[in-house]
Design a protein around this ligand. Structure first.
Ligand code: ZN
Length: 143
């Protein structure tokens, strides 16, 4: 299996069997992210404890395979991490999309690096980054 096939499999798997899709029982943060050009609409839900640790994370909503898979992979990475660690993932992912990621950032991204080819297609970049931008807004406290 070549790398591109493997990456397609990762995206398919997260799209068909998302591990983080659904509603959290007690989210502390909920934010909607919309990508009108594709019709992606996600509601990101995080439970962040008093220590700043993301104890649970989920998303709901509808959208294309790329937006859904990217959000699911993202939540795999950030669940159990601190807000600072989660922001480092977001910085790394957004740098990858811009083509400026360092080797350390690529390594950090793990499965999310599967979205690199997709993210370089202008029409799909907004799908791939939707969840990440929404995450960033929650963590930075932006509206
Ligand atoms: Zn999309």
């Amino acid at each position: 299996m070549d790398l591109k096939t493997l990456y397609r499999e990762i995206v398919n798997e997260h799209n068909l069997h998302p591990g983080h899709k659904g509603d959290l029982p007690a989210p502390t943060h909920i934010k909607q992210g919309v990508n009108p050009t594709c019709g992606d609409d996600i509601h990101l839900q995080l439970a962040i404890d008093g220590e700043g640790v993301i104890t649970a994370a989920s998303f709901n909503g509808s959208g294309c395979a790329i937006s859904q898979a990217s959000a699911d992979i993202m939540l795999d990475l950030i669940e159990g991490k601190t807000k600072e660690e989660a922001l480092a993932f977001a910085d790394a992912f957004l740098a990858m999309v811009r083509g400026t990621a360092t080797d350390e950032q690529r390594e950090l991204l793990d499965e999310a690096a599967a979205l690199e080819d997709v993210a370089h297609m202008p029409a799909r970049a907004k799908c791939a980054t939707l969840g990440w931008h929404t995450l960033e807004k929650i963590l930075r406290g932006e509206e």
